[in-house]
Design a protein around this ligand. Structure first.
Ligand code: SOE
Length: 380
């Protein structure tokens, strides 16, 4: 049984989500040839990384990611370190011939992303970015429905990702918990962190974006920095809104914020086509709503499909319990890890690859440029 010996860099929220996925894959996808093995966990703090490794079952620990990459008993590196470390680790991992699974976003910006794409493609190593929401069964079903042509010509794509955890000015920036608020570590704010999810899904479901116009806002201009203890200017975008034109002629409207009081992680999208519409909401992730204009007029209305059937072709659901019973957020990661193992076995790319994810980064950069220059910007 070939093993894929994982070296995990980072042990925060995503380190746990990915590790849980590796542990579950062999149980729910037993037919896969490659089995992930938790070979080593890596983090700067010796005690913390040891505690993480013990809790989740990693066989060993490292405190320097370079030492991890030097090891012959590591086949794949999972990068769950903050965004500003993605490039350096990915370039070094590619040079060592390791497969790479990297947390989103791909990079701090397009230029870094291009280097990362060139490195993995030159080295010929398997690579993917964990845009996990593609692997929620209802979202995968949306992709299948759109690809079957049921929506007809697409007119509109609308998506939001709303949170509220930054409203208090007392939340510091930087440090292990809040590096997402520190521009030097995160690269951008909600654009790269939240809107990037919406863009990844949109590019997958509806194709490329031609041009866009956007605005961003930083509502709280100064926050205490966790490492210095001093007040410092906030360099990230707290909120963004964008309108765009897709290459297929449809119009897009997108918004993300960490200041939508009352919303913790509300990711929603709606797509309107000539024949049908579709919508989805992360807070009710099993449901896909579908409106078919071709239905008999007196019965026409929004159908609420509980995506949990086995025989009915609902993606991934035959792996779990009985029809009608639920799975959750963590399963999107299990599915993505399983897709990676399957792609390895078949010698195929696992989407989104670094190259796919670079397209999302380009849209994010165009958005930030548009907002800064207050003008329409072509993507690319
Ligand atoms: C931010 O709060 C965050 O954790 C993102 O970093 C994740 O990518 C998103 O899925 C949930 O929100």
């Amino acid at each position: 049984m070939p093993k894929l010996r994982i070296g995990m860099v980072g042990y925060g929220f995503m380190g746990r989500a990915h590790t849980n996925a590796y542990l579950r894959v062999p149980q729910f996808f037993p037919e896969l040839k490659y089995k992930p093995v938790l070979q080593a966990a890596c983090g700067r703090d010796k005690d913390n990384v040891k505690a993480f490794a013990d809790q989740w079952g990693y066989a060993s620990c490292e405190t320097d990611w370079r030492a991890l990459l030097d090891r012959d008993d590591i086949d794949a590196v999972d990068i769950c370190a903050p965004n500003n470390m993605h490039k350096e680790i990915a370039l070094a991992a590619a040079a060592k011939g390791k497969a790479i699974l990297c947390e989103k976003p791909l990079s701090m910006n397009t230029a870094d992303g291009e280097e990362m794409v060139a490195a993995v493609e030159k080295a010929g190593v398997a690579n993917t970015i964990w845009y996990n929401y593609r692997r929620v069964p209802a979202v995968t079903l949306a992709k299948q429905i759109i690809d079957s042509g049921k929506l007809g010509k697409i007119f509109h794509y609308r998506a939001n990702f709303l949170q509220d955890w930054c409203i208090s000015p007392d939340v510091p920036q930087g440090g292990a918990s809040n590096w997402r608020l520190d521009v030097a570590t995160a690269g951008s704010g909600v654009t790269g962190d939240l809107l990037a999810h919406c863009i990844d899904t949109a590019l997958w479901l509806n194709g490329g974006i031609a041009d866009l116009s956007a605005m961003t806002e930083t509502f709280i201009k100064e926050r205490k920095h966790a490492t210095t203890g001093e007040m410092a200017p906030v360099g990230i975008d707290d909120a963004c809104a964008m309108m765009c034109r897709f290459k297929n002629g449809s119009l897009g409207l997108f918004e993300s914020t960490r200041y939508a009081c009352g919303h913790k992680a509300l990711y929603t999208f709606e797509i309107n086509g000539a024949d049908a519409s579709i919508r989805w909401d992360l807070h009710d992730l099993h449901r896909l709503e579908f409106f078919d204009h071709n239905d008999e007029s007196r019965l026409r209305g929004w159908r609420s499909i509980h995506v949990s059937d086995h025989g009915g072709g609902h993606p991934y659901m035959d792996r779990y319990w009985v029809p009608g019973l639920q799975i959750g957020y963590e399963h999107s990661f299990i599915h993505h890890a399983a897709e990676f193992m399957k792609a390895l076995e078949q010698g195929e790319p696992c989407h989104p690859t670094f190259r796919d994810a670079l397209e999302t980064t380009k849209v994010c950069d165009a958005l930030l440029q548009s907002a800064a220059e207050r003008k329409w910007v072509a993507v690319n």
